[in-house]
Design a protein around this ligand. Structure first.
Ligand code: PEP
Length: 260
């Protein structure tokens, strides 16, 4: 099973978040096979797909080049939580990682504390974590930096630091998610934020692991802006929403990252 890599060699990670798409298992299987064919030739890219929960089991093990992530997990390990899915259950049906803290889950009520607890549960269950952080808006006094810092530090205060390398941060500015593709920040702004995030993590883990920490960018990425972001954004990869439902667009991103 492909894994999110942690080697020093530049190795990109492309995560596709399908959100609540597609409608049927048949369509999910078709899309997954098309993406798997696109990912087949890659040697330098880890491809991760986050399908809706009901499709995790049927898709897991169907590709030796794509690993499966859950889109979220419960902050509770088990018990009377109707509708919840625990990290252990997601792992039991084939997820090797999970997204946590996506802005759509934060909007639905996940606080920083809940996100920190979800991260703890996921790591405890043996899942890697793609932790989404991002400001709602940018202000001219740069208070948004504080928001990012707080979102990161609360999680790191709750987890076993020995498991920190199982976390990948996805910087997803809320104002750039699900918008028109020219809304995505410039690569230079993403570069700056990636360095800031690594600095914040360095405060907790020390400089060497902090600077090596994997940071992805997500928010209205298409093939056009992906090229500049991967080349100049100082990121380790992308978290892609809508365009991960288009095998050609996502396939082009995989191919581009593989040739960088
Ligand atoms: C997302 O929801 O994580 C995301 C990045 O979506 P989109 O690419 O559609 O903006």
């Amino acid at each position: 099973m492909a894994k999110i890599h942690t080697t020093a060699k530049k190795h990109f990670i492309l995560v596709g978040n399908w959100k609540m798409n597609p409608d049927t298992l048949e369509d999910a299987k078709k899309l997954f096979s098309a993406l798997s064919r696109k990912a087949q030739k890659t040697t330098k890219v880890s491809v991760v797909i986050a399908p809706p929960y009901p499709f995790i089991g049927p898709l897991s093990g169907k590709s030796d080049v794509i690993s499966i992530a859950a889109q979220d997990v419960s902050n509770e390990p088990r018990g009377a939580f109707t509708g919840g899915v625990s990290a252990r259950q997601a792992k039991a049906v084939g997820a090797t990682s999970t997204i946590i803290g996506h802005s759509e889950r934060r909007k639905a009520g996940d606080t920083d504390e809940v996100i920190a607890q979800k991260t703890f549960e996921a790591l405890d269950a043996g899942l890697r974590v793609i932790l989404c952080v991002g400001e709602k808006e940018r202000d001219q006094h740069a208070h948004y930096l504080r928001a990012i810092r707080d979102q990161i530090l609360i999680v790191f205060s709750k987890i076993d630091k020995k498991k920190a390398s199982w976390i990948t941060i996805a910087y997803e500015p809320v104002w750039a998610i699900g918008k028109s593709y020219d809304t995505a920040p410039k690569p230079s702004d993403i570069h700056e934020m990636s360095i800031y995030i690594k600095k914040v993590i360095s405060e907790v883990l020390g400089q060497k692991p902090g600077l090596k920490f994997q940071v992805l960018y997500g928010g209205s990425v298409n093939f056009e802006n992906a090229q500049a972001i991967l080349s100049d954004g100082a990121v380790d990869g992308l978290l892609v929403g809508r365009q991960s439902l288009d095998p050609d667009a996502f396939g082009n991103m995989i191919e581009y990252a593989n040739n960088l």
